[in-house]
Design a protein. Structure first.
Length: 107
C-alpha cells in the first residue's frame, strides 16, 4: 500500500512539474531570422506571432515574392527553435521515465 501512495505522490509531483513546464513554454519568446537578418519574426512557445520586423530595403513592389518567402522562412526558424527548446525541457522533465519512443509531451 505504501508503494501506491508513493507512486501517487510522484504522479502529483510530475503533474505539477508538467504544468510549470507548460507555463514556461508559453512564456518563452524566440526569434527567427531570414535573409541575413532582413526579416525577423518573434513568437512565443505556443506559436503565436508576437512581432515582425522587415528591413525597409525590402519594400519594393516588384520584390513582394521575396519578402513573402523571407517571412515564411523566418517564421519556420522561430518555430523550429521553440520546438527544440520544448523538446529539451520535456527530456529534462521526463529523464528516467519509461516513456515509449515517439510519444510527445506535453499532451
Amino acid at each position: 500500500m505504501r508503494d501506491i501512495m508513493g507512486m501517487m505522490g510522484k504522479v502529483k509531483e510530475m503533474q505539477a512539474k508538467m504544468e510549470q513546464m507548460q507555463a514556461d513554454i508559453a512564456a518563452l519568446e524566440v526569434e527567427g531570422t531570414a535573409g541575413g537578418g532582413l526579416v525577423t519574426v518573434r513568437m512565443n512557445g505556443k506559436g503565436d506571432l508576437l512581432g515582425l520586423k522587415i528591413d525597409p530595403s525590402l519594400y519594393k513592389e516588384d520584390e513582394s515574392e521575396i519578402l513573402e518567402d523571407l517571412i515564411v522562412a523566418a517564421h519556420k526558424t522561430a518555430k523550429d527553435r521553440a520546438e527544440a527548446i520544448t523538446a529539451e525541457k520535456t527530456r529534462e522533465l521526463t529523464a528516467g521515465l519509461p516513456i515509449p519512443p515517439g510519444m510527445k509531451l506535453p499532451f
